[in-house]
Design a binder for this molecule. Structure first.
Ligand code: MG
Length: 208
């Protein structure tokens, strides 16, 4: 079966609002997801917070206030209907992984009971380049650049708008699923890749 690796944070899980709320509440700031225009989140937070922004990722309750990205549940289900094996590929430490796994289960992103091992469709690693499959959907371009995957797809987020990426890019879930052919299709990968890359860029939010 053709495997599509789907990133969790900012691809199916809208982590950023919950993450920034923890930071804003503690540090008295007003950052919004639209303010974050690059991967280097610590350069947007107050200097006194700095790298401590990443500690929130290990808060066991972080995912309690995370909601799915619009269309993600339907999109993942559609990829399965189209015949793909959807595997969630995500980086996390021990506490972060616990919350994230529970979140995937609670929001019913994992296949229904009875279709195999409950965690067979999840891979937790910061070394995403180790996996092999047909496609990878991720919002972090470095994961896609280092992946040995025929169809790497960049999922739009404010932080990757200025990133140079010469391959497939999608704006949202319906953008992706509307253009993915059935897994048994004879369509060449290059064709799929080119049709995943035909929309105008998002408007750029004013910088702070
Ligand atoms: Mg991500």
């Amino acid at each position: 079966m053709k495997t599509i690796f789907v990133d969790v944070d900012q691809v199916v899980a809208d982590l950023m609002p919950a993450w920034l709320k923890l930071y804003n509440d503690e540090w008295g700031d007003t950052l919004t997801p639209e303010d974050i225009r690059s991967w280097d989140l610590k350069s947007y937070v107050k200097p006194e917070c700095g790298g401590r922004i990443y500690r929130y990722l290990e808060e066991p309750t972080l995912y309690d206030s995370v909601y799915p990205i619009e269309g993600a549940l339907e999109g993942v289900e559609m990829l399965r209907v189209l015949g793909y094996h959807v595997v969630f590929l995500t980086a996390a430490g021990p506490e972060g992984a616990r919350g994230k796994l529970r979140w995937l289960k609670d929001w019913r992103f994992l296949p229904a009971k009875g279709s195999g091992h409950p965690w067979q469709d999840v891979v937790i690693t910061a070394s995403k380049y180790l996996v092999s499959g047909l496609a990878m959907i991720d919002d972090y371009v470095e994961n896609l650049r280092t992946a040995k995957i025929p169809l790497p797809v960049l999922f739009d987020q404010p932080h990757n708008q200025d990133v140079e990426w010469g391959h497939a890019r999608v704006r949202n879930w319906s953008d992706l699923t509307n253009r993915m052919p059935h897994a048994d299709s004879e369509m060449f990968l290059l064709e799929v890749a080119s049709q995943l890359d035909t929309y105008p860029p998002l408007p750029v939010a004013p910088s702070r």
